[in-house]
Design a protein around this ligand. Structure first.
Ligand SMILES: Cc1cc2nc3c(=O)[nH]c(=O)nc-3n(C[C@H](O)[C@H](O)[C@H](O)COP(=O)(O)OP(=O)(O)OC[C@H]3O[C@@H](n4cnc5c(N)ncnc54)[C@H](O)[C@@H]3O)c2cc1C
Length: 484
């Protein structure tokens, strides 16, 4: 069988099928694996991630994938989130001794950037999510309800929206609240913050992203398969209207009994012939799935300016600051410097999701804006010298989770024999995340095996509810429980 695309979706499908005994041939157009969740070397020799990527404790399939490819020990989990506002107030989120859903009660009560009316309004909305076990009747309204409207209906204060809901959800979903389907927003809080006490833990790679995928090639090759880089698929070969192969440069063709296309929806829309789009109506609307941007800003300072592994800024353009030097154990991502932190420099990476306002700004404008915010938030940066800076704008970083987007997302099976789909944009129930991509790969592998008459399950269940939520859901009839 052939997999096209070596991002997380294609890798997850390929590794799962190899595990099921299939000979997998994976073709990737670029010279490295990992797709959007990868890292590369800049012309000046610096190894940078294509933006910081974080996972959460509730991402059970990504965790399973890392385990399969031997990368679990390259992810470090943190259970404390630190927030800084421009007035210098600090807020901390950390699970306390109380069982879910009250595990944040202590840190929420003392969270300085929010006032009492904000906290009361948030608590009311949280109770609403809990009462409906992560779902509520208005989430199924018409063409989808925006998160902003969902919050307004629940009387959220302006500060609660800007300093709490927006902060968490714009980072998690890469879209503004007014353009986000409330179903995704509510799900983030239910799965990561309310239904259990560990789903919120933030996992950050301690190596450059591309180092996470070394084990994938080995897994696929162990079963006689191959991973071929620098091999863009240029077209599909049809015979009697059926998919009979894929075309590469120089008229090279490859054929197999099944194909998983694990490329972005925009690339697939261009590759698919009109006749195939007509054979399966779910393939005819890929252009309706919009995209949203993320901007990463990389700063190298001549001295340490941040003591924490990462912080979240409130009321600023900059949303997260990651201390890459600390996360890499002092190596700044360069394996040669892994044991040598004596240079004393510090590499920070800033993330700005849904960065529509930055798309038109020049690199210099973005650096000036973010540097001023860093100096305001981190006093040590004011005396430090910025040695160099890089801006990476991803205009189409993820698909936009706008209200009703799910109706345009095709499943992993298609009406075309032998053609399967994977990618964070296919029907996974999840937004555009690494977890969503791995889920799609596992689902595509399951669909392929089902069609071959030898079904196998790869998809992992969601994190089990714990604390009072477990007791409460355990007492409900099965028809009223949500799938976990
Ligand atoms: C800047 C940024 C920050 C992000 N931050 C996070 C985060 O913190 N946490 C999180 O969970 N998610 C994050 N994401 C989202 C996450 O990266 C994606 O959801 C996930 O990586 C998508 O995987 P995929 O395999 O579906 O697609 P992709 O990663 O896009 O993989 C598709 C692959 O197909 C290849 N390809 C395309 N066309 C062809 C062709 N014709 N022939 C052969 N190969 C082809 C591409 O080169 C690519 O390798 C972020 C994304 C970006 C861009």
């Amino acid at each position: 069988m052939i997999v096209i695309g070596g991002g997380l979706a294609g890798l997850a499908a390929g590794v799962a099928l190899a595990d099921a005994g299939w000979r997998v041939r994976l073709f990737e157009q670029r010279p490295f694996l990992g797709g959007r969740a990868t890292s590369y070397v800049l012309p000046d020799g610096e190894h940078v991630d294509n933006c910081q990527h974080v996972t959460l404790g509730c991402c059970t399939n990504l965790e399973d994938f890392y385990r399969r490819v031997g990368a679990s020990d390259k992810i470090r989990f943190f259970d404390r989130l630190l927030f800084l506002d421009p007035q210098g107030r600090r807020g901390e989120m950390k699970a306390g001794a109380l069982p879910a859903p009250f595990h944040f009660a202590g840190s929420f009560a003392s969270f300085a950037p929010l006032m009492l009316p904000d906290k009361l309004s948030i608590a009311r909305a949280m109770l609403n999510i809990i009462r409906h076990a992560g779902s509520s009747p208005d989430l199924c309204e018409g063409d989808g309800l925006s998160m902003l409207e969902w919050l307004r209906r629940r009387g959220q204060t302006k500060r609660a929206i800007n300093r709490f809901w927006r902060v968490v959800l714009v980072s998690a979903l890469d879209e503004e609240l007014g353009r986000t389907d409330a179903r995704f927003g509510v799900d983030v809080f239910w799965k990561a913050f309310l239904s259990n006490s560990t789903g919120y833990r933030v996992g950050v790679p301690v190596v450059p992203l591309s180092s996470l995928y070394h084990g994938c090639k080995e897994e696929i090759e162990r079963r006689g398969g191959e991973v071929v880089l620098r091999s863009p698929v240029r077209g599909l070969k049809l015979e009697s209207g059926q998919l009979a192969g894929v075309r590469f440069d120089e008229n090279r063709e490859e054929s197999a009994d099944a194909y998983i296309f694990a490329i972005p929806h925009t690339a697939l829309a261009e590759l698919l012939p009109e006749s195939l789009k007509r054979s399966d109506p779910s393939l005819a609307h890929l252009d309706k799935i919009k995209t949203s941007p993320i901007t990463g800003v990389h700063f190298w300072f001549d001295r340490p300016v941040l003591d924490e592994p990462f912080v979240t800024l409130l009321d600023t353009t900059t949303q997260w600051i990651f201390n890459k030097t600390a996360l890499y154990g002092g190596s700044g991502g360069d394996p040669k410097r892994a044991t040598d932190s004596s240079e004393g420099t510090q590499y920070l990476q800033l993330v700005i999701s849904a960065s529509y306002d930055l798309l038109q700004k020049s690199r210099e404008e973005i650096i000036d804006l973010c540097l001023a915010e860093v100096c305001h938030a981190l006093p040590k940066a004011r005396d430090a010298q910025l040695l160099k800076a890089t801006v990476i704008k991803e205009a189409a970083a993820t698909f936009s989770p706008e209200p009703g987007v799910d109706r345009w997302r095709p499943g992993q099976s298609t009406a075309i024999p032998g053609l399967f789909l994977a990618g964070d944009w296919t029907q996974t129930g999840w937004p555009a995340t690494m977890e969503g991509a791995v889920r799609s790969g596992y689902l595509a592998a399951e669909a392929l095996l089902r069609s071959s008459g030898a079904p196998k399950t790869f998809l992992r269940r969601d994190l089990a509810p714990d604390g009072f939520i477990q007791m409460w859901l355990g007492g409900k009839p099965a028809s009223q429980r949500r799938e976990f």
